[in-house]
Structure formats: structure tokens, C-alpha cells
Design a protein around this ligand. Structure first.
Ligand SMILES: Nc1ncnc2c1ncn2[C@@H]1O[C@H](COP(=O)(O)OP(=O)(O)OP(=O)(O)O)[C@@H](O)[C@H]1O
Length: 723
């Protein structure tokens, strides 16, 4: 069932008695993991549950491993002893032969590996100790011959440290080897075995693979215990008498088999402000703080005292947690109804909306629902969408509430561009005012509301507002309230807000066809747009007063392109019938600049999304792991999280998070954690070596097995959780 590195020694099945697995070795005696353990106390490996969990590997079955190797984990038997020979109908001598034959093959592989990784191998050599080497990613232990005497060869991680250094930098796996991992004594993972010498026969007993030398190859080069890699394909197809060639170098893995964020695309590197290492895993700081700020605003709530002070009802129709966005004030100039704006949360969906309340307002007729429906259908990225309207007495009067989408962190165009700026140092601007007549030019380019806007910014606003307006006009509607207080700015996005409010507030039930006058209102919209653009270009609201318009246009001619001037003049020329579609040619090729900027932004955001998608996936695995690890009690069983499959998960958790360096300091490597979690999620067939906390026992399992353990344990929890 599991992947093992074992030596076989004279023993009988009694060796698996729990007495040989005292609690001190880190594994509870009732755990079936005892089956897989090799410990100093009980070095034998005896498959005492030959028939247990026959279907364990089924979910992980792959054609490559369909030879009974146990695709969930290649069970590797290092050496074979007589008692095992008995249990699998072999003979002690042939099994001993296997040790020798396979050891010869391994020695050959080892030599090749050593050439390839000479440096690291040197580190791992321990002249007075049994030597350990990583062969095809699997630990091989060369021991002095000791006959049938037990020799505990199962390596503690300490012993394989030198070998681990070679293959086992998770950083290499995830971040392309850009960072070198420190020396560590933690267990290691090894790639899935791929080769088996042709002179070795394999047999699956209860999910454990045993290897025997074939008749022609009962002699061996030395007494090494063998752990080998198996390529089931070649094992099946190579004629028995032909020794399968051992590749000098393992072919590179073409497919990781699990999800890994591959890093940003080359076209994004230049766009990204910083390419620090952390950007490989997380959002850029700027983006993160923007999102955090928006979330914070979105989650704002009034404390109960404020709720009482604002005389806010706890609930209004389907909405609760009202939060005022502005002080109560009259609606737009032409409409004198009192209004107020709130953020509120929908009771069933929890989604936040923006409520516009018209105080003391009674709907004259339900006929206006036709126009409401038209607004509700209008969906555009530059229009704040109307969702529904309802009347309510929750405020103690007859109020009409219009429900719009809520865009946290928004401000009005008025607040953003037409509010006098405060000098950051508290001193007056030296280039402002009458005191500095010599700084005439600088003075001209500034206003009380700040410096003149770059032309590109004005065009960007124009494109967005005309886009929204075009959608509204095409729907046969008119905006009616296109002024700086009704344009919402969220980051760089402009949205026409509170559309439809005038249509409802000023609805005349006696008008024959209320929509017939839309065309007239559309002309007004275009004039309002002209005024807005002129005000923006001058960065001054007074610039659009009738008596200032001529001067303001001249000022635009001085500071901006003729195109911008012509655009404004066109919108001011009320003698002709204008159309929003006529504005497109005036925008011209600037449209492509805007589109390019937007698409680049999309590319960046998509890349961030890819990262966060991976993070979300890892988060879900961590949630599962943590629901299981250290659970004090489950179904009256206080050892649940420490026994059976859960024990593996506990050791895996240690392997993930509690690794230490050789001198015992915490070894913190984010890439290691990410890499291992990814493999766990994918149920990779790669093996991982886990060590008990007392370092007396080592367990080798595949990620596939760990995944199975995780899924089983978690579904057990889910099944017992209240619904
Ligand atoms: N859909 C929305 N999503 C998020 N915030 C909004 C939304 N609509 C308005 N706001 C916020 O509510 C505040 C008040 O909006 P409102 O349109 O009432 O502005 P105002 O300047 O007070 O205009 P008026 O004088 O017409 O009330 C604005 O500052 C804006 O930040």
C-alpha cells in the first residue's frame, strides 16, 4: 500500500506485533502504518496485511503503472529475507541474489549519477558509515555484508542529507532554481522510479512489490540492499534475457503533473512595477492596498449608537446594515426632493448595493415601471446599473428607494477634480496668486483645484463618458443628470450614476408618451457633456458659466490640441442636431491608445488572477489539512488525528512546515511548501520521505497516497459534520 525502503531480514510475522512498535517510535501501535515502517526496533518489513485495502491504488491508476506496481506509490523492496521469501513463494537464495543483482544495477546507475553530480555526492560520502546514495531519486543504502543479521539501514534524514541536496530543492522546482535551498535534514521526496533492470522480476503481493532476480542473474556484484526504480513499460516489453539499458541521465520531466503558477509572461515583466521574489506568489503591493482599501470601505458598518443617531431602520425591504454615503441633501438642482444615499447589504445574498432614497416621495403611477425596466436592462461598464426600485415606510415616511450597484472607493468627479487642493506643507503655493506675477506661465497651468489635467486624461474621461452616453441613447433613454456630482470615479473608471432617478422623480403619468421627449433630453445630455469637458479642461466649474465660456474655450486652445477644442465647440453648438455617434471620429486614433492601455491592464490582472487562483487552491488544501491535523477528538476517539491515515498527514504537515536545517534552525522555504502542496493536490506519484518526530522512524509515501489519506479523512469529517 505504501512506498517503502526496506531491508529484509530473518523475521517472522510476529515481528509486526505491536510490541515492536512502542509508542516511542512515533507511530501508534494500531496504525496500519506500522506495516510500512522500518524502525531500529523492528527493522523487518513484513506485509502482514497482504490483502488489506486492495483498491487503494485504483484512483491513482495510470497506464504507465498498470503492471501491478501500485500506481499510488511504487512499493520498493530493498532487500529480501528468507521469511519474506516464504511469504511470496520464493527462496532465500534467489532473494539474496536479487539483492546482489539489483545492487549491481544500482551501482552502475550510481556511478552515472555520481559523474553527473560529483560535487554533491562528495558531500554525502561518509567513509565510516554505511553509504547512502540517491539513485534515480531513490535512496540506496550500501551496507557491509552481515549475513542474515539485521542491520538497520533505514536512513534517518540525517543520513541522506547529502543526497537530498542534489535533487531536492523545492525552490528549483517552483522558482526555476533561482534560489538555493539551505542544507537541511528534513525528509526528501524523490521522483517516480522509471527503470528496472531486466534481470529482476517483480511481483505484487497485497500492493507491495517484491523483486527477484531472474534465473540468469542470480549473482550480484555486492551485498548492497537495493532500492530500485521501475519502468513498468520496459519491464513488460523487454525480453527477459535482455538487460534493459540503464539510461545515463534521466530524461527531463516534460510535464510536472501538477498545477504550478509558471511565473509572469515575458510581455508582463516590463509592465510590472516590481519583480521581487514575492511577486511570484502574491499581488503587487499597490494592487493589494487598493483592493484592501476597497474591501475595508465595503465592509464599513455603523455602530449601534450611530444607527440610532441617524435614525436608520435596521432593515429596509430586503436590505439591512444601512451606511450613509453622504449627508441628507436636496436632489439635483432641478429636482427639489430631499434625497440620501446609503450603502446597504442584501438580506439573502449579502451583496452590497447603493440605495438612493427619495424622502417623502409617492409614486404617482405604476406606469413609470416601464422606464424603470428599460434602465434595469441597461448594462454598461460606464453606467452604474439600476437594479430595482421599491417604496417603503421603514424610514417613517413614504420613501422611494432606487437600488443601484455599489462601487466601493468611488468619489464624484466633483470631489476628485473640482475641490480646492490643500498644499501638503500648509504653505500657500508659491506659483499661485497675485504675489508672483513673474511666474505667469506656471500660474496659468494651475487652478485652485490643482494643475491642469494632461490631455490624455481628459480624452480618457471623454471616451468613457461618451461610451456610457452612447449606450443610454441607443436604449432610447437620456441621462438627464450629467454633471460632476453625478459622475462616479472609481480608480480610473468613470461611471454615470443615478441614471433614471430623474425619469422616476419627474415622471408625468398624464404625458401621452414620456419617452417621446427622450430625443430632446439627449440633446441636453450632449450639451451637458460639452460643459463637463470644458470644466475639466479648465479645471474650474465657473469656466462654464455663460459669460466665461468664450474665454474658457480660448484657454483650451492655448493649452490643448485643436481636436479637444473642436470637440467642445461641437457640443456647445446647439443650433444643429448632434449625435453621440458623431463624437467617435473626433476621438479618432486616441481610441487605440485607450484600448492598448486597457488590454495591458487586463493582461496584468489576468496574470495576478492566475497567481491567486493557485493560492486559492492551496488555501483549500490547507483548510482540509488543518481540519484534520491535531483534531483533539473525533467520534469519541481522541487519537483519531494521530492514527491511521491521519498519522501520515501529521508527518506530512511536519515535513511541510517544520523542517529544520542541519543545525536545527527553522528551514523556511515558501517554494518548498507550495511545491509539496501542489504535488499533494495533484496526487503525484512522486514519493516523499516522512520522519517521525523522534527521528526513529521513516515512512516513504507517494503524494497520491497522502492525497487519498487527506480526502478520506476530510470526507469522514464532512460526513459527520452537521448539515
Ligand atoms: N453607486 C455608488 N457606489 C458607491 N458609492 C456611491 C455610489 N453612488 C454614489 N456614491 C457615493 O455617494 C456619495 C454621494 O453621492 P451623490 O450622488 O449623492 O453625490 P452628491 O455630490 O452628494 O450629489 P447630490 O448633491 O446629488 O446628492 C458620493 O460621494 C459617492 O462617493
Amino acid at each position: 500500500m505504501s512506498t517503502f525502503l526496506n531491508n529484509f531480514f530473518p523475521a517472522d510475522t510476529a515481528a509486526m506485533d505491536p510490541i515492536f512498535y512502542p509508542p516511542s517510535n512515533g507511530i501508534p501501535s494500531e496504525s496500519k502504518l506500522a506495516t510500512y515502517m522500518v524502525t531500529p526496533q523492528s527493522p523487518e518489513f513484513i506485509p502482514n496485511r497482504i490483502n488489506s485495502s486492495p483498491n487503494f491504488y485504483t484512483p491513482y491508476h495510470t497506464p504507465m503503472l498498470s503492471n501491478g506496481l501500485g500506481s499510488a506509490g511504487v512499493n520498493v523492496v530493498g532487500g529480501v529475507g528468507p521469511s519474506v521469501a516464504k511469504s511470496v513463494n520464493s527462496t532465500p537464495s534467489s532473494l539474496l541474489g536479487l539483492q546482489k543483482a539489483a545492487a549491481a544495477a544500482v551501482a552502475q546507475q550510481k556511478q552515472l549519477q555520481q559523474q553527473h553530480h560529483h560535487k554533491l555526492q562528495q558531500q554525502s560520502q561518509q567513509p565510516t558509515q554505511p553509504s547512502h546514495a540517491l539513485v534515480n531519486g531513490v535512496i540506496s543504502t550500501t551496507q557491509p555484508p552481515t549475513g542474515t543479521q539485521s542491520y538497520v539501514n533505514m536512513s534517518t534524514p540525517m543520513k541522506v542529507r547529502g543526497n537530498m541536496l542534489h535533487n531536492e530543492s523545492p525552490t528549483n522546482l517552483v522558482s526555476g532554481g533561482s534560489e538555493k535551498s539551505p542544507t537541511r535534514i528534513t525528509p526528501h521526496a524523490s521522483p517516480i522510479p522509471t527503470t528496472l533492470p531486466a534481470n529482476v522480476h517483480q511481483e505484487n503481493v497485497g500492493g507491495t512489490i517484491y523483486f527477484y532476480p531472474t534465473a540468469n542473474h542470480t549473482t550480484a556484484a555486492n551485498n548492497s540492499a537495493v532500492v530500485n526504480n521501475v519502468d513498468p513499460v520496459s519491464a513488460h516489453h523487454a525480453p527477459p534475457s535482455v538487460v534493459a539499458p540503464i539510461p545515463a541521465v534521466q530524461p527531463p520531466l516534460l510535464y510536472t503533473g501538477h498545477h504550478v503558477y509558471p511565473g509572469p509572461a515575458s510581455n508582463l515583466i516590463a509592465l510590472q512595477p516590481k519583480t521581487h521574489l514575492e511577486s511570484a506568489f502574491f499581488l503587487p503591493d499597490e494592487m493589494r492596498s487598493e483592493i484592501l482599501a476597497r474591501n475595508e470601505i465595503s465592509n464599513l458598518m455603523l455602530d449601534p449608537a450611530d444607527v440610532a443617531q441617524n435614525a436608520l431602520p435596521p432593515e429596509v425591504d430586503n436590505y439591512h446594515s444601512l451606511y450613509p454615503l453622504e449627508p441628507v441633501q436636496a436632489l439635483h438642482g432641478k429636482i427639489t426632493i430631499l434625497s440620501s444615499t446609503y450603502k446597504a447589504t442584501h438580506s439573502t445574498t449579502g451583496i452590497k448595493y447603493c440605495l438612493r432614497r427619495l424622502h417623502g416621495f409617492r409614486l404617482q403611477s405604476t406606469k413609470c415601471m416601464a422606464v424603470v425596466e428599460m434602465w434595469k436592462k441597461l448594462q454598461h461598464s460606464n453606467v452604474v446599473q439600476l437594479r430595482e426600485i421599491f417604496t417603503t415606510k421603514a424610514f417613517g415616511d413614504n420613501s422611494l428607494v432606487l437600488v443601484y450597484d455599489y462601487h466601493p472607493g468611488s468619489q464624484t468627479l466633483l470631489a476628485k477634480y473640482f475641490t480646492p487642493t490643500q498644499e501638503p506643507n500648509g504653505y500657500p503655493d508659491p506659483f499661485q496668486g497675485d504675489a508672483r506675477p513673474f511666474s505667469h506661465k506656471s500660474n496659468l497651468q494651475r487652478t485652485n483645484n490643482g494643475p491642469l489635467l494632461p490631455e490624455a486624461s481628459i480624452w480618457s474621461i471623454i471616451m468613457q463618458l461618451t461610451a456610457g452616453l452612447r449606450a443610454i441613447h441607443q436604449a432610447g433613454l437620456a441621462c438627464k443628470v450629467l454633471d460632476p456630482t453625478k459622475v462616479l470615479v472609481t480608480g480610473k473608471r468613470m461611471r454615470l450614476s443615478f441614471c433614471g432617478t430623474s425619469d422616476i422623480a419627474q415622471f408625468d403619468p398624464n404625458a401621452a408618451n414620456p419617452l417621446a421627449v427622450a430625443s430632446m433630453h439627449q440633446q441636453d445630455d450632449l450639451t451637458a457633456l460639452g460643459r463637463l469637458v470644458l470644466a475639466l479642461a479648465c479645471r474650474c466649474l465657473q469656466s462654464v458659466q455663460r459669460e466665461n465660456v468664450q474665454n474658457s474655450i480660448e484657454m483650451v486652445s492655448r493649452h490643448y490640441s485643436t481636436d479637444l477644442r473642436n470637440f467642445i465647440v461641437y457640443l456647445f453648438s446647439t443650433t444643429q442636431r448632434r449625435s453621440v455617434t458623431d463624437l467617435m471620429p473626433m476621438i479618432g486614433a486616441r481610441f487605440y491608445t485607450q484600448m492598448d492601455a486597457l488590454q495591458s491592464l487586463c493582461d496584468m490582472q489576468e496574470d495576478e488572477l492566475a497567481k491567486e487562483m493557485e493560492n486559492g487552491r492551496l488555501y483549500r488544501i490547507l483548510v482540509k489539512l488543518n481540519c484534520i491535523n491535531e483534531r483533539p477528538d473525533f467520534n469519541m476517539d481522541c487519537t483519531w488525528s494521530e492514527t491511521g491515515d491521519r498519522y501520515m498527514l501529521k508527518l506530512f504537515r511536519d515535513y511541510l512546515f517544520h523542517s529544520v536545517t542541519e543545525d536545527g534552525r527553522p528551514w523556511l522555504d515558501h517554494a518548498h511548501i507550495v511545491n509539496c502542496l501542489n504535488k499533494l493536490d495533484a496526487g503525484a506519484l512522486e514519493r516523499v520521505q516522512l520522519m517521525s518526530r523522534d527521528e526513529q522512524s521513516v515512512l516513504i509515501v507517494t503524494y497520491a497516497e497522502l492525497k487519498n489519506c487527506l480526502e478520506n479523512a476530510f470526507s469522514e469529517l464532512v460526513m459527520n459534520a452537521p448539515t
